[in-house]
Ligand binder design. Structure first.
Ligand SMILES: *[C@@H]1O[C@H](CO)[C@@H](O)[C@H](O)[C@H]1NC(C)=O
Ligand SMILES: *[C@@H]1O[C@H](CO)[C@@H](O)[C@H](O)[C@H]1NC(C)=O
Length: 249
């Protein structure tokens, strides 16, 4: 009876080490095809509370394997009535996420930290000005799927939104993810801030950035020549992990 108990022991050990296989799978920075939008310090500067406009529209999500997420969206929507009147928005949010037992995902933002820059030239008093506001939008994904894209040999993330519609596919860009600190960046209310407390806050965020975000993000490099080899090894890994999961059930 030594063998079964050894297996049990190893299984328990592995379960201890590997937290949640679904979160491990989601871990990373995912970016849409334009490859211009990434979460992290290149998109939002929390010290000066600046949103930085990417070159082209796109979206990016980052997830850590311990339940934090960050969202970076640069969206431009055409106005069908008047093509010279598109509505553009840049949105930053971060917070925690949870994968429910039925596979849905709930994103809960840190309310004080979300920001949006909205440009709607035909519906504002001063068309040259964008509107900068706080932004809080809890988000619900009905389902998601991580798979290897056959054509590029890249990890892809497919998200089904709350209404079941498919979001544009996202591709793995960094793992571990490229993110700002996952704790609240702006814990005080801006209205009640004096200049000195604002300065203090900036110093604090700066320090926390210097300490925390010495980033350990690793860029995922896709070399065409290695694609095939890489794909085959992923195939093997896939088999290995399938075996692994059957084994764990
Ligand atoms: C479209 O919007 C521009 C800018 O506000 C305006 O000058 C133009 O008259 C509008 N065109 C139409 C067809 O409404
Ligand atoms: C998953 O569960 C949540 C909470 O009970 C529910 O709101 C959601 O509709 C469920 N999702 C699916 C795809 O059934």
């Amino acid at each position: 009876m030594l063998f079964p108990s050894l297996i049990l022991f190893i299984t328990l050990l592995i379960r201890e080490v590997i937290s949640d296989p679904n979160m491990e799978e989601l871990e990373g920075t995912w970016s849409s095809k334009s490859n211009t939008v990434f979460t992290g310090p290149g998109f939002y500067d929390p010290v000066d509370e600046l949103l930085i406009e990417p070159d082209l529209p796109g979206i990016s999500y980052s997830f850590t394997k311990d339940g934090h997420y960050e969202e970076a969206l640069y969206r431009v929507e055409g106005n069908p009535k008047n093509h010279s009147c598109p509505v553009a928005s840049i949105t930053y949010q971060h917070g925690t996420y949870e994968i429910l037992s039925n596979g849905s995902v709930v994103l809960t933002p840190i309310a004080v930290d979300g920001r949006q820059l909205l440009s709607d030239p035909c519906n504002s008093d001063d068309p040259t000005k964008s509107k900068y506001t706080r932004y809080v939008q809890p988000t619900y994904f009905k389902a998601y799927r991580v798979y290897v894209n056959n054509y590029h040999g890249r990890y892809a993330l497919e998200i089904y939104q709350f209404d079941g519609s498919k979001m544009q596919p996202l591709y793995l860009a960094y793992k571990p993810p490229l993110m700002l600190p996952t704790t609240a960046l702006n814990p005080t209310d801006q209205n009640s801030e004096t200049d000195s407390s604002l300065n203090e806050k900036r110093q604090r965020i700066k320090r926390s950035l210097e300490n925390q975000y010495r980033t350990n993000a690793v860029k995922q490099v896709y070399n065409e020549n290695f694609d095939k080899y890489w794909w085959i090894s992923v195939g093997c890994l896939g088999l290995a992990s399938t075996y692994f999961f059957i084994f764990m059930k």
